[in-house]
Design a protein around this ligand. Structure first.
Ligand code: SAM
Ligand code: SF4
Length: 433
């Protein structure tokens, strides 16, 4: 009888990519994906523990699965993978005795072994069924792990040291995805510009990799995430400018606007370096879209230090800001050596203050696009309207003739802080000026 699996994914794009990879591996053995865990033979939780709230969601999900098992109306095996699983899993085994297998991020081999499936691909399995759940776009991890050890962050402890994938392997994977109908790939790494720095002579690097996939027929767009300010060299920015398929979109987490806090976070740069990077990008590509991540309420954050973050947001005017309240993560340097001394209420107020500034700035930046024509890659249809993204990664809802995977021109008629609305340019009414 056909075996069925259900994968629940929490967290970053890397986890989305890992889940798709695992699904592709299971598909190769003839297993079938199902939406309801109670109808599955295998339930996989792909977890995130970057913030306490994400960890809580995984734990409560596990609680529900345990209850389903206890009631005896379901008979499935449970695998927990992702960042919840560290090098030692004894503590997890004690806490969750009903879990059949724990797998560290990308430790697919152990999962297949635990399921009694003989896999000899070395974890390199790619989707065979298209479109995949991410439709005409795909995430492709190119460098695993992180060597930076920012004091607040658990990622290096869970994902290990930086390790770049071989260029040929990535090129083959992208070619396979494009052959299956994917039009846009996002090359992923925790600090993606570190790609290749662990190779002899530090080559090929990210620029070389983007050039190597650039001319694949039917590939429309190349993106890359996440940029680490210090690793972002002018060579990389020039590659973005010079390779037409690489979109002028940069996600560069600054994390804080105060140099003293950046030091406590051990980010390895100051705000002057960050401004340099933004200026470099904007001098080469004035229309580039730049987004960032901010943490509020980090250990010892004073009112004046927080104000520095608000000032930086006003100065840089990011297209989008992902903001999080600091949550101590066991085992990190900050959790061991610093006081989590900003009260929860203050963290919430600061989070809200950042969101208000972000909304005002994003609204103003998006409003400038009203009346413009934008190139949109169509990703799907919802509530009678198409949706997709611009080259600058802005979400667009629109009316008109289109099909998933098309690149269409949309005349932007209305905007909010979060999205743009319009009509395909052929059908849009002429602009009355
Ligand atoms: N590598 C990227 C970088 O250099 O910023 C980010 C990766 S991290 C997994 C994703 C985001 O989670 C970070 O940008 C940070 O804002 C947030 N984050 C990480 N640890 C956190 C913590 N302990 N509390 C709150 N937010 C955290
Ligand atoms: Fe975490 Fe810092 Fe590495 Fe980003 S660069 S994953 S924030 S340790």
């Amino acid at each position: 009888m056909t075996k069925r699996y259900h994968i629940w994914t929490e967290g970053c794009q890397m986890n989305v990519a890992d889940s798709l990879k695992l699904a592709a591996g299971l598909d190769r053995f003839g297993w079938q994906a199902v939406d309801a865990p109670e109808t599955a033979d295998l339930v996989v939780l792909n977890t995130c523990v970057v913030r306490e709230s994400a960890e809580h969601r995984a734990v409560s999900h596990l609680g529900r699965l345990a209850a389903m098992k206890r009631k005896g109306n379901a008979d499935f095996r449970i695998v927990v993978m992702g960042c919840m699983v560290g090098p030692k899993d004894d503590e997890l085994r004690r806490r969750f005795p009903y879990v059949d297998h724990f797998a560290r991020p990308q430790a697919f081999d152990g999962i297949f072994e635990a399921l009694g499936l003989a896999d000899d691909s070395g974890g390199e399995f790619w989707p065979t069924a298209f479109p995949t759940p991410t439709g005409p776009t795909a995430y492709v991890p190119i460098i695993h792990g992180c060597d930076k050890f920012c004091t607040y962050c658990i990622v290096p402890y869970r994902r290990g040291r930086e390790q770049s994938r071989l260029l040929d392997e990535v090129v083959q994977e992208v070619a396979h995805l494009v052959h299956g109908g994917v039009r846009e790939v996002t090359l992923l790494g925790q600090t993606v510009e570190a790609y290749g720095l662990d190779f002899e002579d530090k080559r090929p690097d990210l620029g070389d990799l983007m050039a190597a996939i650039h001319d694949l027929p039917n590939l429309e767009r190349i993106r890359f995430l996440t940029s680490y300010p210090k690793d972002m060299t002018s060579k990389i920015v020039e590659a973005v400018r010079d390779l037409p398929k690489v979109t002028e979109f940069f996600n560069i987490p600054v994390q804080h606007g105060s140099d003293a806090v950046l030091q406590r976070m051990r980010r390895g740069y100051d705000t002057a370096l960050f401004h340099d990077r933004v200026n470099l990008i904007r001098s080469m590509m004035p229309e580039a879209s730049i987004t960032t991540d901010i943490i509020v309420g980090f250990c010892g954050e004073t009112e004046a230090e927080f104000d520095a973050t608000l000032r930086l947001l006003e100065e840089v005017r990011f297209d989008k800001v992902h903001v999080a309240a600091y949550s101590p993560r066991p085992g990190t340097i900050a959790a061991r050596r610093m006081q989590d001394d900003v009260p929860l209420e203050v963290k919430k107020q600061r989070l809200q203050a950042v969101e208000e500034v972000e909304e005002r700035i994003s609204s103003a930046l998006n409003a400038r696009l009203e009346g413009s024509d934008q190139e949109v890659l169509v990703e799907g249809r919802r509530d009678g309207r198409w949706f997709g993204r611009t080259r600058s990664n802005k979400l667009v809802h629109f009316a008109g003739e289109a099909a998933i995977g098309d690149v269409v021109t949309v005349r932007i008629e209305k905007t909010t802080a979060w999205s743009l609305q319009g009509t395909t340019a052929d059908e849009a009414l002429p602009l009355v000026l």
